[in-house]
Design a binder for this molecule. Structure first.
Ligand code: ADP
Length: 660
């Protein structure tokens, strides 16, 4: 049964009154005079009780589409976003407007969690932000099923679609969760959905096509340019483009972290105000680069795609692609950060076919081999009933990358083989911040004994003490939860620094497959399809760059509809000729390498079962099994990294057929 929410201070609808006029709410609570394109249509659908989709460009004002209804509807608005860290600013700015919103994440204590749930139940909290992973937590699922959810908003909704560029199967589970909490209406939000992806979103979430609001893709202040370059000339070309621009802040997108560092260094040594940014930097370093970029009107940030999400800077004058983007969806998301103030801005791509190889290798590297998948299926279904597993260990055991493994497990959940439970930490680590005597002296006799017993269970490594909670719980005849609560308390009080480690995922086997080989084959077919789709997406980027018609119009057509007339300022419109990108050189694998590769396979049949496995070695794509078998140290490892996966595989296949 749903609990009803009593009227709260920010809650605008009383039992008798009509739903308030959206425009009035906008003025009164958000201080804006008018709606932006698309907002009113989406909000009206929602307030009429219908589910809706909002496809607006980044910065287009999607958040208002759930923030405003949250004030008008009588239940909770639950916002699911994979970018939870970026939601902090939103929550703070809502607080400034007197609207109470919170987020739940894994760093919160039980006490904080209870507070949030209490605030929801007594109607104080209008909006709750959570990451999709939160639904893996059974306690959260159970709590939310007892709360009236008026609106279930899903950010980055394109992740639900297999046709999208960032398919995340865990998004498909959101549909089940939305049903389980009897959400009255759904809102799917995204900045990048092709027509097919939008159709898929609507189908999956049961949104009528008349409630899918797309604000159009065309932005006439963006000039889209592309030019073919040799990789040796890229730095020079980029510098001259930057010099000839009128100044202003810019983002240079690259594929690899080391390229970000190299290019930023190059620009600095040429007198430019440049810094690099990538996921390898520490949190505070990243925050400081962002801060510097946001405040400056001449900063150039050289970044991997980790940069840009949630950056609210309207005067970015140029976005350069030093390397090719992975797909046209990625491209449009990345250029979407330019010129949000409506002033002219340039998006310039340096097209170099050598980029294809590392980009393709990322894709091939994620495809598990049939042997790995068979091992995966056998391992998972060696269990019956409930079991727990560490993704890290499973990844090593089956030789599948952890992220890919997560996708496979989700697939099994969606196909009804498994049911996921709450993940838990197998062990804790702590570092005393004072002597154990000092700590123990702070407690009464009973507690002192308990904590002393707990400390005895810990094993010291160099700096940290490790504690296996399962073993400690048995030894102390005390429930695991009590041990965790004690360690958390000592951590909160500044007596210990505490870290949870060794996360384990819990599953229950619902049904066994008829045969693990057949299941492994089905999973492999899925993976092969994904691989082909991603490779095709990459090719579409090159095809678009080399088009012999208006490129802006073609891009608009892919996402929405073609322009009525050509844009007049893309590369094609400016030059009336297509950009010609040289085909990648087809180097052959030296005979000696082929021979050694055949020999390597013969002596490692277990790890290198297929030509694709040997290709991985030659192209330098690492895997847990390769490291274990020391293949990553072999001379052949990475010896063909410049040739390209498909070409190496074809040549190898021929050679293995002759010699194998
Ligand atoms: P998105 O989620 O689509 O990227 P946001 O929701 O973050 O965009 O909105 C971008 C900015 O636009 C925010 O600063 C927001 O306050 C502002 N904004 C949203 N709606 C309006 C409006 N109707 N009038 C003026 N500013 C608005």
């Amino acid at each position: 049964m749903h609990q009803s929410n009593p009227k709260s201070s920010t809650h605008l609808m009383s039992a008798q009154s009509e739903v308030p006029e959206p425009l009035e709410v906008l003025k009164k609570h958000f201080g804006y005079d008018s709606f932006r394109d698309g907002q009113e249509a989406v909000i009206t659908h929602l307030l009429n009780g219908q589910s809706a989709a909002a496809v607006f460009p980044t910065g287009g004002g999607k958040s208002l589409c759930y923030q405003l209804p949250a004030l008008c509807l009588d239940g909770l608005t639950l916002v699911v976003s994979p970018l939870l860290a970026l939601m902090k600013d939103q929550i703070d700015s809502l607080a400034e407007r007197g609207i109470k919103a919170s987020r739940l994440d894994s760093t919160q204590t039980l006490e904080e969690y209870r507070q949030v749930m209490d605030d929801i139940r007594n109607g104080q909290l209008r909006l709750l932000y959570v990451a999709p992973e939160r639904f893996n937590n059974e306690r959260f699922r159970a709590s939310i099923e007892n709360i009236k959810v008026s609106l279930f908003a899903i950010d980055e909704a394109h992740c639900i679609s297999e046709w999208g560029h960032n398919f995340r199967p865990d998004y498909l589970k959101l549909i089940e969760y939305a049903k389980a909490c009897k959400a009255e209406r759904l809102l799917a939000l995204t900045a990048t959905a092709t027509k097919d992806v939008l159709k898929d979103i609507c189908k999956q979430f049961g949104i009528s096509s008349s409630c899918a609001v797309s604000t159009g893709f065309y932005r006439n202040n963006l000039t889209l340019r592309a030019q073919a370059v040799k990789s040796s000339e890229r730095d020079k070309t980029l510098l001259s483009l930057i010099k000839s621009a009128d100044g202003g802040a810019a983002i240079v997108y690259v594929t690899l972290q080391k390229t970000a560092e190299h290019v930023a260094q190059f620009l600095q040594s040429n007198g430019r105000d440049a810094k690099h940014y990538h996921a390898g930097l520490k949190d505070d370093e990243r925050a400081s680069v962002q801060d510097w970029f946001i405040k400056s009107d001449s900063a150039i940030v050289v970044a991997t795609i980790a940069f840009g999400m949630g950056i609210d800077k309207s005067d970015i004058r140029a976005v350069y692609h030093y390397n090719l983007p992975k797909s046209l969806e990625n491209y449009s998301q990345e250029i979407g950060r330019a010129g949000r103030d409506g002033n002219p801005s340039v998006c310039h791509t340096l097209a170099c076919s050598e980029d294809l190889i590392p980009l393709q290798n990322f894709i091939y590297g994620d495809t598990p081999s049939p042997v790995a998948l068979t091992k995966f299926a056998q391992t998972v279904f060696s269990y019956d009933g409930e079991f727990d597993i560490s993704l890290y260990e499973l990844s090593n055991k089956c030789d599948v990358r952890p992220l890919v493994l997560r996708t496979l497990l989700t697939r099994l959940e969606l196909d009804g083989y498994l049911k996921g439970g709450t993940p838990f930490y197998a062990n804790y680590q702590f570092k005393p911040l004072m002597s154990s005597e000092e700590i123990l002296n702070r407690f009464d006799e009973d507690r002192r004994q308990f904590i002393a017993g707990l400390f005895k269970q810990a094993v010291k490594s160099r700096v940290w003490f490790q504690i296996d909670l399962e073993a400690a719980s048995t030894a102390l005849t005390s429930p695991r939860q009590r041990l965790v609560a004690a360690l958390d308390y000592l951590g909160e009080q500044g007596m210990l620094e505490v870290k949870a480690a060794g996360v384990r995922n819990r599953y229950t086997v619902i049904k066994q497959p008829d045969s693990s080989e057949a299941l492994a084959q089905a999973l492999f077919d899925d993976a092969a399809k994904r691989e082909a789709r991603e490779i095709q997406r990459l090719q579409q980027v090159l095809d678009w760059i080399s088009l012999d018609k208006c490129q802006t119009s073609a891009l608009c057509e892919r996402f929405d509809r073609a322009l009525e007339k050509d844009c007049g300022h893309c590369s094609y419109c400016e030059t009336k000729s297509p950009v010609v990108v040289a085909k990648p050189k087809q180097n052959s694998v030296p005979d000696g390498v082929l021979k050694s590769a055949v020999a390597l396979q013969q002596s490692n049949r277990e790890v290198l079962a297929t030509p694709a496995d040997v290709t991985r070695v030659l192209c330098g794509l690492s895997s847990p099994a390769f490291s274990k078998a020391k293949i990553t140290k072999h001379d052949l490892f990475g010896s063909c990294s410049e040739i390209g996966f498909a070409s190496v595989r074809d040549q190898l296949q021929r050679s293995l057929a002759i010699n194998g």
